[in-house]
Design a protein around this ligand. Structure first.
Ligand code: PRP
Length: 179
């Protein structure tokens, strides 16, 4: 375990096992659809989870990436989100699955869903490795959740503190001395 961590919350084995289950769920859900979904991963935290999950989706999916800036502190959310990196291709009429590492307040997702709706997506679902329901400020539907976690400072498997710890192969709780 990394020495800055208090404990490992979710092991690499557990993440792999759960990713397999979610991959199967997504495969089953979309296997009879005319066109397979496009997975849109939100940079940067979702990258390790995307890489794990797509191994277990047995469909001819496509992937794309978006990067959005965090909302400015406080009040009404969605207007304050800016697109730092937009999609490479049109998603008009396509089924989308947004891939996230964590849903916290829900504001990022809420804004991104709105953006993708405006781009003409036919359906939008969300898969997230982690869900922190205690922190939610706006209601968002997350169809596929890896793990529900308590309100602790987690890093690893994509999640950072000051851009570090994304490369840890597990999710752990950062020790107080380090944030
Ligand atoms: C994190 C995370 C989600 C968002 C969740 O991204 O990856 O996108 O925050 O928070 P919310 O539910 O309160 O909106 P961050 O902006 O830290 O970018 P990163 O993925 O590059 O670390």
């Amino acid at each position: 375990m990394h020495q800055h961590l208090e404990k490992v919350l979710i092991s690499e084995e557990e993440i792999v096992k759960r990713s397999k289950e979610l991959g199967k769920e997504i495969t089953d859900k979309y296997k009879d659809e005319k066109e397979p979904p496009i997975l849109i991963a939100l940079l940067k935290g979702s990258v390790p989870f995307l890489a794990e999950l797509i191994k277990y989706i047995e469909l001819d999916i496509e992937i794309d990436f978006m990067d959005v800036s965090s909302y400015g502190g406080g009040t009404e959310s969605t207007r304050d989100i800016r697109i730092l990196k937009d999609l490479d291709r049109s998603i008009k009429g396509r089924s989308i699955i947004i891939v996230e590492d964590i849903v916290d307040t829900g504001r990022t997702l809420q804004a991104v869903i709105k953006i993708l709706e405006n781009k003409g997506a036919s359906t939008i679902e969300v898969v997230s490795l982690l869900d922190k329901p205690e922190r939610r400020e706006v209601e968002v539907e997350v169809q596929y959740i890896g793990f529900e976690i308590p309100n602790e400072f987690v890093v690893g498997f994509g999640l950072d503190y000051a851009e570090k710890y994304r490369n840890l192969p597990y999710v752990g709780v950062l020790h107080r001395n380090y944030y």
